[in-house]
Design a protein. Structure first.
Lengths: 466, 85
C-alpha cells in the first residue's frame, strides 16, 4: 500500500534537503522524518488520543516539525496565526474544546479539554486568516495529499527547487506551497522575514529561490519594489492567488511576466478546497487574465442556477461556481459538536458567480455571498456587522476588495473611535483600507433591506471628495 | 544648503510618515523603525514609499526601498537623491 500522504513519505527522499533555514543550516528529508517522529512520541505522551490540538504556525523549524508530527501520527490539528491574541485564542479553545496548544517553540500547553474529533479529520484551517474566527474548515489527509498532487501536476515544481515562506503557513495558500514542495522532494526556506524587508530579498537571491507566491497585496509590493528590475536568475515562475487582481495590478502582472520572460500562474481557490481549485495556464496570461482558467487536475468545475441549483450547460450564462474534486473539505466546524459530525461534502458551492467561455475557460463575474477579500483576509460582512453592532447600532458594511465601507448613524465621536480602534487593532486593517461613514439614516431598499449599492456609491463619493 | 530648506524637507518627511502610518507627527522621530510599532507594517511601508516618492518627486531604487528601515535611514537614503536634512 502506498503511504497515505506526503507527510508519511518523507523518508523516501533520504538525504535530499527538505528545509533550509536563514542561518544556512539544512534539514534532510530523513532528518525531518526522525524529528517529526520524536515529536510524535512527545505528543502521544501528553495529549489524549483523538483530541484536538492547535499550533501557532510560525515559519520555523519547530513549528513545521510539530505540523508533520501531527499529520504522521493522526492527531487532528488546528492551525493558528503565530500572533493570534490571547483572548481570541482562549475563545477558540473553549469553542472547539482544544486539548492542547503547541507554541511556535514546540512547547505544549494542556488546557484540560479533551473532545473526540472524527478520525478522518487531520487538519483544521480558519476561514478568515488571522481574525481568529471560530468557523474552521475540516480537511482529511486525503484532501491534503490530493491538492499537493494536483499542484505538482500543473506547476513546474522540480526536486531541485527551493521555495520560500513568503506567505504565512497557517494560511491555506502558504501551506500549499510547503505541502507541494514536500510532495515533490524539493526544498523550502523557512523565513520569518517580511516581504518588504531587506532580509527577505537577500534570501531570495542567496538561497536561489525558484518561485514566488503572492496575494494581490504582495503584487502591489512587488510592483512598488519594481521586481522586474531585480536580477533573480534562479527564479523560474510566480504564482498568484488569494483574490482577484484589480485591472492595474493585472496590467502589472502581464508586464512583469513578459519583462522577466517568466510564467505567472493566476490561480483560484478556497480553503474549503484545501487551497487550489483552478488555474490559468500561463501561456493564456496576456489574453485571458480576466479568467480563472480551468479546474486543477482531478477536479471539475460546474455552474448551477443560484436558485434552482440546476446545472448550466450554455456558454456565457451566469451561475454559481461549484467544484468537485478529492480536495473538497469534509465540512465546517464552528463548535466542538461539529468536530464529531460525519458529514462528507462531494460538491463545494463557492459563493462566486461565474460564466464559461466557449474555449472552456471560466470567468468570475460576481459574488453571491457578502464577503470581501482585503489583502488576502476574508471578511464576512454580515458577521462583521454583528461584531461592530456591539459598538454602535445600526451599522452597515459594504465595500470592494480594495475598500471596506462601514456606515453608522450615531453622531457620538465614541462610536467612530471604537469602530476605528476595532478595525485597526483587532482586524489589523490599515486605515487606507476602510472608510467610516456617519450618515443620518442608512440607505434601504423598497423591501426594507439594506441598500449596499447606494452605500458603496456614497462612500466612493466621500472618498473622492477627500 | 539653507536652514529653511532643511526645515521644509524635515516637515515634509514628518508629514509623509504621519500620513502613511496614520500616527501623530509627534510620534515621528529618528529612531522610529519599521515593524517596531504596529502602525508601521507592510501596508504602511508601501504607502510611505509612494508618499515619499510623491512629496520629494523622485523614484527610489529597489535596494533603497527595502533598506528604509527607520526614519533616520530614510533621511540618509533621501540624502543620496539630493534631499537635505
Amino acid at each position: 500500500m502506498s503511504r497515505v500522504s506526503f507527510a508519511h513519505r518523507l523518508e523516501q527522499f533520504g538525504d535530499a534537503i527538505a528545509l533550509r533555514l536563514p542561518d544556512n543550516s539544512t534539514i534532510s528529508y530523513q532528518q525531518l522524518a526522525k524529528l517529526a517522529d520524536e515529536y510524535s512520541t512527545t505528543l502521544h505522551n501528553i495529549v489524549p488520543d483523538q483530541a484536538l490540538l492547535a499550533l501557532r504556525f510560525s515559519s520555523t523549524l519547530s513549528a513545521v516539525v510539530a505540523y508533520l508530527a501531527a499529520l504522521r501520527s493522526g492527531k487532528a490539528l488546528l492551525l493558528l496565526a503565530p500572533d493570534l491574541g490571547d483572548s481570541q485564542t482562549l475563545a477558540l479553545i473553549e469553542r472547539l474544546q482544544i486539548a492542547a496548544v503547541i507554541q511556535a517553540s514546540g512547547d505544549i500547553q494542556r488546557t484540560g479539554f479533551s473532545h473526540q474529533v472524527r478520525s478522518d479529520c487531520a487538519l483544521l484551517l480558519s476561514t478568515s486568516g488571522s481574525s481568529g474566527s471560530p468557523k474552521s474548515v475540516m480537511l482529511s489527509l486525503a484532501n491534503l495529499e490530493a491538492n499537493a498532487r494536483a499542484i505538482c501536476a500543473y506547476l513546474p515544481i522540480e526536486a531541485t527547487d527551493t521555495a520560500i515562506t513568503a506567505l504565512p503557513l497557517h494560511y491555506s495558500y502558504g501551506l500549499s506551497v510547503l505541502n507541494s514542495h514536500l510532495f515533490k522532494g524539493a526544498s523550502i526556506l523557512l523565513t520569518e522575514a517580511l516581504l518588504m524587508s531587506k532580509d527577505f530579498w537577500q534570501q531570495t537571491r542567496d538561497f536561489h529561490i525558484s518561485s514566488l507566491p503572492g496575494v494581490p497585496f504582495s503584487y502591489q509590493l512587488y510592483r512598488q519594489l519594481r521586481l522586474e528590475r531585480m536580477p533573480r536568475p534562479a527564479l523560474r515562475y510566480l504564482t498568484q492567488a488569494g483574490g482577484k487582481l484589480n485591472s492595474s495590478l493585472t496590467d502589472y502582472v502581464q508586464q512583469l511576466s513578459s519583462t522577466l520572460q517568466k510564467p505567472v500562474y493566476l490561480m483560484y481557490g478556497q480553503t474549503e478546497a484545501t487551497a487550489r481549485i483552478a488555474y490559468l495556464p500561463p501561456e493564456l496570461l496576456q489574453q485571458h487574465a480576466d479568467c480563472i482558467g480551468v479546474a486543477i487536475p482531478e477536479g471539475e468545475l460546474l455552474l448551477r442556477d443560484p436558485v434552482s441549483k440546476a446545472l448550466i450547460t450554455e456558454d456565457f450564462k451566469e451561475g454559481e461556481l461549484c467544484y468537485r474534486g478529492p480536495n473538497v473539505m469534509l465540512g465546517y466546524a464552528s463548535s466542538a459538536a461539529d468536530l464529531s459530525s460525519n458529514t462528507a461534502l462531494t460538491e463545494l458551492s463557492t459563493g462566486d458567480l461565474a460564466e464559461r467561455l466557449p474555449n472552456g475557460l471560466y470567468r468570475i463575474v460576481g459574488r453571491l455571498s457578502r464577503f470581501l477579500k482585503l489583502q488576502g483576509k476574508r471578511l464576512q460582512l454580515d458577521h462583521l456587522e454583528q461584531q461592530l453592532a456591539i459598538f454602535t447600532d445600526p451599522v452597515c458594511c459594504a465595500g470592494t476588495d480594495d475598500l471596506l465601507v462601514v456606515a453608522y448613524t450615531s453622531p457620538s465621536s465614541d462610536s467612530a473611535e471604537q469602530l476605528q480602534h476595532y478595525l485597526r487593532d483587532q482586524l489589523q486593517l490599515h486605515p487606507a483600507l476602510f472608510k467610516l461613514l456617519q450618515l443620518d439614516t442608512l440607505p434601504v431598499l423598497a423591501n426594507g433591506k439594506a441598500d449596499y449599492q447606494t452605500l458603496l456609491k456614497l462612500a466612493m463619493e466621500a472618498n473622492n471628495a477627500n | 544648503m539653507s536652514n529653511e530648506l532643511i526645515q521644509t524637507n524635515t516637515a515634509k518627511l514628518t508629514a509623509a510618515f504621519a500620513t502613511a502610518l496614520v500616527v501623530a507627527e509627534t510620534q515621528i522621530h529618528d529612531d522610529l523603525a519599521y515593524n517596531s510599532i504596529k502602525e508601521w507594517d507592510s501596508t504602511a511601508h508601501m504607502l510611505l514609499i509612494a508618499e515619499l516618492e510623491n512629496v520629494f518627486n523622485l523614484m527610489l531604487d529597489t535596494d533603497d526601498i527595502i533598506d528604509m528601515s527607520s526614519v533616520a535611514k530614510a533621511k540618509a537614503i533621501l540624502g543620496k537623491y539630493g534631499v537635505a536634512f
